[in-house]
Design a protein. Structure first.
Length: 215
């Protein structure tokens, strides 16, 4: 897994585009930013078990080349473990707790190729949040082994516009835990991938509310 992570990172940062990257961003941020909001769902593995990360991103887009902003992400995992409820040292009940992870993320995204139909970009984000096990008992919610985590994601993403308003997209990358939860042994250093049906809300808005030409 670590070899895979290194290969992904090397591919991302050794595209021989460093000079072009800096120049393109410098030129892009001179343009007027456009507001953007989108769903951001990815798939991964936690302790070899398939899991999904659901989230959304809000930010600004500059000249269709550079995007920056923040978002919220939450892990949906099937991993569970028993919790034994005791009273005065005697186990009186057993409940099942589920693994939880949620975090705020801050991202940048560089679009290195774009034409009428295709777009390829490099999204990078860092997240700050927590992991814990959660269970319910007698109408109350409890959290075990709660701790702050910091994670990092880097990937390569592409999309194809089938129609003016709709398209498909895919991405491949890797998640690294910069600060892990020592009380939770599950491995969060894992490949991430995405398969998406794209709805271009900006194009829909511009079609429904076209700009009026100045006289």
């Amino acid at each position: 897994m670590k070899v895979f992570a290194i290969l992904i990172i090397l591919c991302i940062f050794n595209l021989n585009l460093r000079a072009q990257f800096v120049d393109s961003i410098g030129e892009a941020i001179k343009s007027k930013p456009k507001f953007s909001i989108r769903l951001d769902n990815r798939y991964s593995f936690t302790a070899t078990s398939p899991s999904r990360i659901t989230g959304f991103k809000v930010g600004a887009e500059f000249n269709d080349k550079f995007r920056v902003g923040g978002g919220y992400n939450q892990l949906n995992s099937r991993l569970t473990r028993p919790v034994y409820i005791d009273s005065s040292g005697v186990i009186i009940d057993t409940v099942i707790s589920g693994l939880k992870m949620s975090y705020m993320s801050y991202f940048i995204e560089y679009v290195f190729f774009k034409n009428k139909r295709w777009e390829f970009s490099i999204p990078i984000q860092i997240g700050i949040g927590n992991t814990h096990y959660e269970y319910h008992y007698r109408d109350a919610k409890f959290k075990n082994n709660w701790s702050v985590i910091i994670n990092y994601e880097a990937s390569i993403s592409g999309q194809y516009k089938i129609l003016k308003w709709f398209g498909i997209g895919a991405g491949l990358g890797y998640q690294l835990m910069l600060k892990d939860n020592p009380a939770i042994k599950e491995n969060f250093n894992t490949p991430i991938y995405s398969l998406k049906l794209k709805i271009f809300l900006g194009d829909i808005y511009r079609s429904v509310f076209p700009k009026r030409k100045k006289d």
